[in-house]
Design a protein. Structure first.
Length: 117
């Protein structure tokens, strides 16, 4: 497992940190997610999606339904990525963003994290 890239976006004091990992097993994905939850204890949400061989999983992590996990997974599919995990750590800034802004921000953070530096 290897962190390939990160990308941070700040909107209305909320911080979204997109993280793109290369993984070989779903156990590696779960281990990374557990580490992220430890490292970012004050983060409100850590939605993610991963794909390893023919196994995929996604989670909105208590964000409104389909505003985070599904759009992240769609990036994996659209870019034909495999053996990867994309997680977005969100620190809440005190202002509710609304589903549309959330969706666009999660897509931007995840997509930009997958771009080559």
């Amino acid at each position: 497992m290897k962190l390939l890239n990160t990308h941070t976006i700040e909107i209305k004091k909320s911080k979204f940190i997109g993280l793109y990992y290369e993984i070989n097993t779903k156990e590696e994905a779960e281990k990374i997610l557990a580490q992220l939850r430890q490292e970012h204890k004050k983060a409100r949400h850590i939605p993610y999606a991963y794909k390893v061989n023919n196994t995929a999983k996604k989670s909105d992590d208590k964000e409104p339904s389909n505003t985070a996990g599904l759009p992240i997974y769609n990036i994996i599919e659209h870019k034909n990525l495999n053996n990867c995990l994309i997680a977005v750590v969100r620190y809440f800034g005190g202002t509710k963003l609304g589903a549309g802004t959330l969706l666009r921000t999660y897509i931007a953070a995840a997509n930009n994290a997958t771009l080559k530096k």
